[in-house]
Write a protein that binds this ligand. Structure first.
Ligand SMILES: Nc1ncnc2c1ncn2[C@@H]1O[C@H](COP(=O)(O)OP(=O)(O)OP(=O)(O)O)[C@@H](O)[C@H]1O
Length: 617
């Protein structure tokens, strides 16, 4: 047994609730599977076909599948003939209705799944405490396990978990497992833990001076960082990966902040000539993120696992729990949004006593402070030896190369823009905002690293004074086409429609001249009316003078004059107000027109006009 198994198994099988925190790759999975299976072996003969005996919940589909496979493997060696467990994960080819059918056919006693699907499965018959049609009986339920529990207890999953737990009997064992356990007692109580035993397995290491220190990452992990400019990121990443392949390290994972960045870098690396990209006939390239359809995700993981030499580009969807064999290197394109993810990412290597190496890319500016921040969390981090680009393309050469790839297909530029905008938005969501300030992020540098042809319009670029070095690639945007003919036809149609719309919104000069003449006509009309009014006033005044001369009453006269003066003042005020109102209306219209023009331009840049959304995992 590993230390975490030696500490956890005796307690968990002795009916204690447990909260277990132990470094990545230390064998936590078996420390809950073995107690479940031991109890199951003792009690299986008393179970009815529809009884659910145990439930294991994981935050990702990939981890659920992995645990399911491990459980299947052990069950296949059982001394009795147990029904297979049931996997409950989202799948485009199988609905929760199919899960229920499988459950009835297989008579599974152990369920493994992700929170959403498990809730759908169990909670389909709320109000009957889960004892309804097709979703099993829970009266003989024994063990609930939350793997990667701190992630499951994060705000996003909490409601679903509470709903699941409400269908389970209170008399049960509950185990929470993770490499980064939550300390929030309230969360633990919410999922029904009663007087749990907390097991924390830490790694101790001796320094050269024989000082013993604790660490939260595996002892065999060589955890390093480099500080570079944003614009150099891709050049350094490619050089680093190539060097590692030459050194014989042939399984590598690179973490990116968003799905769009993974998609883009993957597509570009596939199209760059071999002298630039680290993939070759002997090294395969794979991508994995939450927006890839589930069957493709599974295929990517299997291909990466089986390939003798491979690079996996992914988001944090592959950060937790995944046990990929023999990963030599983990690279982080930038620091993860939360520090817990840092431990999980680097923990994909150096597992179960094997050696491993990790590299974090930080950019010069305010990010250097992250090194001390990580060290303060008992995660050792040392500087990586300088990476030289002497025999590799530098940022400018690589940018030119990437741009020439982008020019083959407008879709690639759309992808590049999405990669940039989503990365900037993800950057603004860092937990350590004091170290990762969007205002200090070198966006133009990042755009150079990604090879963008021009900077997109984005709010984060407004008012920036660090864009002087940026150079647009001279591109005729009117003719820059999509390689896909249907997409190109759509673009051309949209372009023409938007031209027509613009014509209507901003009529061309002859129309404008006409509008001015109309305006001028109105002005002439108004001034002639004014002249008439003044003429009438002069005439009236002359009449009154005549009457005064013939001895009309002074008082009446002066009253009339006062009235006339008031009329005149009212008229002037009215005219002023009307003018002001008109000016305001004109300004508003102008603003509206400018906004409309800006939107049209954005649509052109983005290609589809849908705008960008922050890509979650
Ligand atoms: N007692 C053991 N002896 C040898 N290898 C073991 C033992 N227990 C587990 N392993 C192996 O160690 C590897 C890591 O185990 P596991 O995936 O359970 O780690 P973990 O602690 O859950 O990691 P993470 O926190 O990343 O999820 C697996 O390949 C597993 O098969």
């Amino acid at each position: 047994m590993t230390p975490v198994q030696a500490s956890t198994i005796p307690l968990f099988r002795a009916n204690k609730d447990v909260v277990v925190e132990a470094v990545t790759g230390s064998g936590k999975t078996l420390s809950f599977l073995i107690p479940i299976l031991e109890k199951y072996t003792q009690l299986h003969s008393q179970l009815q076909p529809s009884d659910v005996f145990s439930l294991i919940i994981t935050p990702t589909r990939e981890l659920a599948i992995q645990t399911y496979n491990q459980l299947q493997l052990i069950l296949s060696a059982a001394p009795f003939n147990p029904p297979p467990p049931l996997l409950l994960v989202s799948d485009p080819d199988s609905s929760v209705h199919d899960d229920r059918k499988r459950f009835s056919t297989l008579n599974s006693h152990i369920l493994i799944g992700t929170p959403g699907r498990v809730e759908e499965f169990i909670g389909g018959n709320k109000g009957t405490k889960g004892r309804g049609k097709g979703t099993g009986r829970y009266s003989n339920f024994e063990v609930l396990v939350l793997d990667e529990a701190d992630r499951l207890l994060d705000l996003g999953f909490m409601g679903v978990l509470k709903s699941i737990v409400s269908h389970l009997p209170k008399q049960r064992r509950t185990g929470l497992f993770s490499a980064t356990m939550t300390d929030q007692l309230g969360n633990l109580i919410a999922v029904g833990l009663r007087n749990p035993s907390k097991i924390v397995v830490k790694v101790t290491s001796k320094s050269r001076k024989q000082e013993i220190s604790e660490r939260r990452t595996p002892a065999e992990l060589h955890n390093t960082y480099i500080i570079i400019q944003q614009r150099d990121k891709l050049a350094y990443l490619l050089k680093f990966l190539k060097d590692q392949l030459l050194d014989g390290n042939n399984k590598m994972i690179v973490y990116f902040p968003t799905c769009a960045t993974v998609d883009y870098i993957y597509t570009i690396l596939k199209q760059l000539p071999g002298s630039y990209a680290p993939s070759s006939s002997s090294t395969t390239l794979h991508s994995l993120h939450g927006h890839i359809p589930p069957p493709k995700r599974t295929a990517a993981l299997t291909a990466f696992t089986n390939a003798p030499s491979a690079i996996l580009l992914c988001t944090d969807v592959a950060a937790r729990g995944i046990d990929l064999p023999d990963v030599d290197i983990v690279v982080q394109w930038e620091a993860p949004a939360d520090t817990r993810s840092f431990s999980h990412r680097v923990g994909r290597t150096a597992r179960a006593g094997a050696r491993g190496k990790a590299l974090l890319m930080l950019s010069a500016g305010s990010e250097e402070g992250y090194v001390e921040f990580v060290r303060g969390r008992q995660i050792p981090l040392t500087p990586h030896a300088p990476i030289t680009l002497t025999d590799a393309p530098d940022a400018d050469e690589l940018c030119g190369r990437v741009r020439s790839v982008l020019l083959r297909d407008r879709k690639l530029h759309d992808m590049a823009v999405r990669a940039l905008t989503s990365t900037v938005r993800a950057y603004s969501k860092h937990e350590q905002v004091f170290l990762f300030r969007v205002q200090q992020l070198d966006i133009a540098g990042l755009a150079t690293a990604l090879g963008l042809l021009r900077l997109p319009k984005m709010p984060e670029l407004r008012g920036r004074d660090d864009l002087a070095a940026w150079r647009d690639e001279p591109v005729d945007w009117d003719t820059y086409a999509y390689a896909d003919s249907a997409q190109e036809a759509k673009r051309l149609k949209k372009r023409d429609e938007s031209k027509n719309e613009n014509e209507l919104k901003h009529p061309s000069k002859p129309l404008k001249a006409e509008a001015w003449s109309v305006k001028k006509g109105n002005r002439d009309k108004r001034s002639s009316q004014k002249e008439k009014r003044e003429a009438k006033r002069r005439h009236d005044k002359a009449e009154r003078m005549k009457q005064r001369e013939v001895g009309s009453a002074d008082s009446a006269d002066s009253a009339e004059e006062k009235e006339e003066e008031q009329d005149w003042k009212a008229h002037i005020l009215e005219t002023r107000e009307a003018k002001k109102l008109k000016r305001r209306k004109l300004d508003k219209q102008q603003d509206k027109d400018e906004d409309a023009m800006e939107m049209d331009d954005d649509e052109d840049v983005n290609g589809n006009g849908n705008g960008f959304t922050f890509d979650d995992l």
